[in-house]
Ligand binder design. Structure first.
Ligand code: SF4
Length: 61
């Protein structure tokens, strides 16, 4: 599973990093996806981060 953060939409709130720090980290005021693809063990937490993003900036495929 691959996760993408829309850099235009991200507002640097940190929710995704809080939900799934193994996958998301804030870099230069934007969320960055550290693992591509995201290993199965972290997918559930990454999907939760996607759901919790207040501006729907996270997508997966
Ligand atoms: S939760 Fe969404 S808006 Fe907040 S830092 Fe992550 S990607 Fe950006």
């Amino acid at each position: 599973m691959k996760f993408i953060v829309d850099q235009e939409l991200c507002i640097d709130c940190g929710v995704c990093e809080g939900s799934c720090p193994e996958v998301f980290e804030l870099v230069d005021d934007k969320s960055n996806v550290k693992l591509d693809p995201v290993p199965e063990e972290f997918q559930e937490d990454a999907l939760e981060a996607e759901e919790n993003c207040p501006v729907q900036a996270i997508l997966h495929e």
